[in-house]
Design a protein around this ligand. Structure first.
Ligand SMILES: [Zn+2]
Ligand SMILES: [Zn+2]
Length: 416
């Protein structure tokens, strides 16, 4: 077996690996520690079975209520779709928020799982003519994956449920159990799937490998290392031979787009934390809650671990993302070689934890849907949750669009 070329997507280091394709073998970047390749020890049957199971569970979680509530003999229930439907009744930006919640908790998870099933079935069929046609599907699946937020939604449900259990009688229902098992199944699926293995089955990277010493480029989508386009070539951009993405040495416009996105998010961070995210009306008494007041309430109910979790996810994480990305941009401007490894690790951290800030968005949506008992208890979403959701989405986009390899380029004085 000849060597496989692996480039690090975080620092740009090129590696020549002899045993990248050995099942169970994990390779990491020698310079920044980023995982480069891990071939799972199982075949395609296990991930296909798990993805199919997950699809069935997703269906169950949508048909049956997540939990039931009971207040003085009046019953209510929370379905996955209840939150988005309830939010759409308020119109305007709340309807948009409802669409966001529906997208993150149902549409994207559904499309992602369907694409996994289609691609794995296609690869298992062994028909070589089918393989190139799977590339755009797999590319779309991987683009959607970070936005498939059932795990975050489950935690949001748990927070909402805990806050509810103080005021009303609550019971977990079939949909809730299905959602819990689904999140577990998805986690196992990600371990046995092997994203790079699937790419390499779609098309073997060896056939596109550059000659020794030839300039190379890594595809931003499928991470194929191939010969770089001729410098100054104007006759159209060259496309990745495996997935047809335009080959660019670095993400184009990364720095200006990151700056624009974090500036917008920084402006919205204030209203997101100062304005109320929801109001609760009980027996004619109206209470408004900001994000911080929600944390305080959890602490007052004695739920300290949950209060800390929400505090970190909703207040610390968005701030950490804004400050970190700001620091990265400043360091690139200064061409600073200081703390490159730490900065790269911090980038990976904010990339992983960023999506968990959505807990509060899901929680407000669930509470507004399940507590509609008129005079007894009614929850309404408020403007603050719109700003908050915008901060989460903008910072997630900024983290995705930021190209950490530019920090390493800048330190070598190569920033363009
Ligand atoms: Zn690296
Ligand atoms: Zn590609």
């Amino acid at each position: 077996m000849s060597d496989t070329l692996l480039a690090c997507r975080d620092c740009g280091q090129l590696h020549r690996a002899a045993n990248a394709l050995v099942p169970g073998h994990r390779l990491a970047c020698i310079r920044c520690g980023r995982g480069l390749s891990r071939y799972p020890p199982t075949g395609l049957d296990a991930p296909l079975a798990l993805a199919t199971t997950a699809l069935i569970l997703l269906l169950l979680a949508n048909i049956y209520p997540i939990f039931l509530v009971n207040l003085e003999g009046r019953a209510g229930q929370d379905l996955l779709i209840s939150g988005p439907l309830r939010l759409s009744e308020y119109g305007g930006p709340f309807a948009g928020l409802g669409m966001l919640v529906a997208g993150l908790s149902f549409v994207i998870p559904l499309v992602w799982l369907c694409l996994v099933v289609i691609v794995l079935t296609g690869l298992r069929s062994g028909d070589p003519a089918l393989r190139p046609r799977l590339a755009p599907l797999w590319k779309t699946a991987l683009l959607l994956y970070p936005w498939s937020m059932l795990d975050v939604y489950l935690l949001g449900t748990y927070v909402a449920y805990s806050r509810l259990s103080d005021a009303v009688e609550t019971n977990v229902a079939i949909g809730g159990y299905a959602l819990g098992v689904l999140v577990l199944v998805q986690a196992v699926l990600m371990v046995v799937l092997g994203v790079r293995r699937v790419w390499d089955m779609i098309a073997d990277p060896q056939q596109f490998a550059p000659q020794p010493g030839e300039p190379w480029v890594m595809c931003g989508a499928c991470q194929l290392v191939t010969a770089a386009p001729e410098p100054g070539a104007t006759a159209g951009r060259r496309l990745c031979p495996r997935c047809a993405t335009a080959l660019e040495p670095r993400q184009p416009g990364s720095l200006s787009a990151t700056l624009a996105l974090i500036s917008a998010a920084a402006i919205l961070y204030l209203p997101a934390n100062l304005l109320a995210v929801m109001t609760v009306e009980r027996f004619g008494r109206v209470n408004s809650y900001t994000i911080l007041a929600g944390v305080e309430e959890l602490a007052n109910l004695g739920m300290w671990p949950l209060a800390l979790l929400v505090f970190f996810a909703s207040i610390v994480v968005p701030m950490l993302k804004l400050v970190s990305l700001g620091w990265f941009l400043y360091a690139i401007r200064r061409r600073s070689p200081r703390r490159l490894r730490e900065r790269t690790r911090l980038y990976r951290l904010i990339d992983v934890v960023g999506r968990w800030s959505n807990i509060d968005v899901f929680m407000v949506s669930i509470l507004a849907a399940s507590l509609q008992f008129g005079f007894l208890t009614t929850v309404d979403p408020e403007a603050g949750i719109i700003s908050f959701a915008a901060v989460v989405v903008l910072t997630m986009l900024a983290t995705t669009i930021f190209d950490p390899r530019l920090m390493w380029d800048a330190a070598r004085g190569e920033v363009r």
